[in-house]
Design a protein. Sequence first.
Length: 128
Amino acid sequence: MYNVKDYRIRTETCLEKTNLKPIETIITVRQLRFLSRIAQMDESRLTRQVMNSQGIISAGSRAGRNKTTKMALRDALKRAGLLNGKIDIKTSEWIDCLNDEETPSRIENNLGLKPGTFKKRKKGNPFI
């Protein structure tokens, strides 16, 4: 693969030949798995309380190109098609959305993943 630049091989071609997804899709899936784990946590857990304290995940402007954590998570929800055109989403809304039974299949369809790639944890809540 050291001749990629010399032969002008495109990234999409390499991804198709290696049967991999783009890095943005992989990062989005990991962020959504993190959010779904937080959504399953008990409300007394510190991690859940920190995410609840964020209030509204909004689209505010910010100087520079650095993203805040909540902006990155909002963008992950948007890429997965879970925001439905909303700019702002309340914490309780994304928690309800991620706890929905149809969410894994919607995420797989919107991100072009194989069925069963983004699945919920087994029964039982390890966060109690």
